[in-house]
Design a protein around this ligand. Structure first.
Ligand code: NAD
Length: 501
């Protein structure tokens, strides 16, 4: 049986994708044809925004910011639009999950897991709508001298370029657009060329929710020319980016010219430290293996891809991870029994297979997997869930973000060694600590140089700050600090007597 997703195009009413500039949906001179990662089939095409199209989109956002009503609107108006949008997302949840399955091949089953669902995207809009009438400035007492007032105000940062990766479009669209719009900014959003159709629909729904013209603009297309035109445009005040470290570095460079504000959510090589006194070593193994195989097949920034396992818990951990590897199902993403995705494209497939080869050359023990799936799956980019044991932390499979279904297990003897290995990385996104000892859990959590630690489990929620230390990024998404990242802080001082002058 050959896999096909073609019938779903019609069921979902998939249309060719257009740009949205200043309230008008437009075609572009060039288009991009999207091929499905599970089947290789042509799915549809969308506009590739040229340098001129991006310029028009930024100008529209600039005009809406400098002259429009949205940045000057009352809190109540913005709250209403954002809440209406949250409701619209919930109403269109099935449609959006279907479009995502056509885009990046993420199975419908995974689109139902809260952390990557349309539901969490809706909740993120509700969450940020809640800040609009609550985040303000301060009044500060005089430090010395005469009587005076000092006040701070939070004002929207301006035109935001929101650039998205392909792997979790619902939640990442919301993590950027919800705080930006709540703060009163205007936006040019660029989805990944590997997950555009669902984002195009999310933008259409924003218009339906009642956003004024030019407040949100959409430019589709690849990193070059579309992304480059956006990050180098002088009319952009802030870039909010989620994606690879390589592109993150390029964004830091490109932003220097006009000193754009930058938020970066980049990659990781997150460790899970499993002590032999963990409440359930088997469950810890299933959680790690689940993160690198189920759903996104390890194409997740925060997946615990490096399992540091205390030596006497190795056997139990490996056998449970191996058992989970056999439970992963692949195939048609619309089949509710399918649990894992293909890799996003041929380049990523080659890259992952290259790391698997390198792991073997460097002397790690291949426990299971390591190959591409053949037969019915041969036209898709499927790789079998792969486990390496007896690895050391200097091997490429323990250092680099592979972004595929590969779990690397590194043994350790004591707490001090575990923390040292865990911190021996250029990344600092997340970590897991599995232990029954509460004091150890806090000790280790404090010692880890990462943005997020899960003790005996991990959950992503709208109000929880998300982001990384070191080369995993700059800033946080989620919660009050994320809202504030889309504002500038202005100080106004006023002497009340002549004494201070
Ligand atoms: P990517 O960096 O290849 O692409 C991300 C986006 O940047 C895409 O929209 C792409 O078109 C655009 N882009 C590429 N070159 C550009 C350029 N020169 N200028 C402007 N834009 C450009 O990443 P990806 O493959 O889509 O996603 C995978 C990466 O994202 C992984 O490294 C993963 O860890 C990271 N990620 C991080 C988080 C997080 O929250 N920390 C979440 C999801 C994914």
């Amino acid at each position: 049986m050959t896999l096909t997703v073609q019938p779903h195009r019609e069921t979902l009413g998939l249309k060719d994708g257009r740009l949205l500039i200043g309230g008008e949906f437009r075609e572009a001179d060039e288009t991009w044809t999207h091929h499905h990662p599970a089947t290789g089939e042509e799915i549809g095409s969308f506009a590739v925004a040229s340098v001129q199209d991006v310029d028009a989109a930024v100008r529209a956002a600039r005009k809406a910011f400098d002259e429009g009503t949205w940045p000057r609107s009352r809190a109540g108006e913005r709250i209403k639009v954002l809440r209406r949008y949250g409701d619209l997302l919930r109403e269109h949840s099935d449609e959006l999950r279907g479009l995502q399955a056509l885009d990046n091949g993420v199975p419908l089953s995974f689109g139902q897991i809260y952390a990557t669902s349309v539901g969490i995207a809706a909740d993120i809009f509700d969450h940020h709508a809640g800040w609009i009438d609550k985040v303000g400035g301060q009044t500060l007492p005089p430090y010395q001298g005469g009587d005076h007032l000092a006040m701070t105000f939070r004002e929207p940062v301006g035109v935001v370029a929101a650039i998205l990766p392909w792997n979790a479009p619902f939640v990442l669209f919301a993590q950027k657009l919800a705080p930006a719009l709540a703060a009163g900014c205007t936006v040019v959003v660029k989805p990944s060329e590997y997950a555009s159709f669902c984002v195009i629909r999310m933008v259409e729904l924003l218009i339906e929710a009642g956003l004024p013209e030019g407040v949100v603009n959409l430019v589709t297309g690849p990193g070059n020319p579309t992304g480059e035109a956006l990050i180098t445009h002088p009319g952009v005040d802030k870039i909010s980016f989620t994606g690879s470290r390589t592109v993150g570095r390029r964004i830091v460079e490109a932003s220097a010219g006009t000193m754009k504000r930058v938020s970066l959510e980049l990659g990781g090589k997150s460790p899970a430290i499993v002590f032999s006194d963990a409440p359930n070593v088997g469950l810890a193994a299933m959680t790690c293996m689940g993160m690198v195989t189920m759903g996104l097949s390890g194409q997740a920034c925060v997946a615990h891809t490096r399992a540091l396992v205390q030596r006497d818990a190795q056997d139990e951990f490996i056998s449970m991870a191996q058992m989970l590897a056999t439970a992963v199902t692949f195939g048609d993403p619309f089949d509710p029994a399918v649990l894992a995705s293909p890799l996003i494209n041929g380049k990523q497939l080659e890259r992952v297979l290259g790391y698997i080869e390198r792991g073997q050359e460097e002397g790690a023990r291949l426990v299971t997997g390591g190959t591409r799936l053949e037969g019915d799956y041969a036209s898709g980019n499927f790789v079998a869930p792969t486990i390496f044991a007896d690895a050391s932390n200097d091997m490429a499979i323990a250092r680099d973000e592979i972004f595929g279904p590969v779990l690397t297990i590194v043994p350790f003897d004591d707490e001090e060694e575990a923390v040292r290995i865990a911190n021996d990385t250029e990344y600092g996104l997340g970590a897991g600590v599995y232990t029954n000892d509460v004091r150890r859990a806090f000790r280790v959590s404090k010692a880890l140089r990462v943005g997020m630690v899960g003790v005996n489990g991990f959950q992503l929620e709208p109000h929880i700050p998300f982001g990384g230390y070191k080369q995993s990024g700059l800033g946080r998404e989620g919660g009050q600090s994320a809202y504030e990242a889309y504002t500038e802080l202005k100080t106004v001082m006023m002497p009340l007597t002549d004494e201070m002058m």
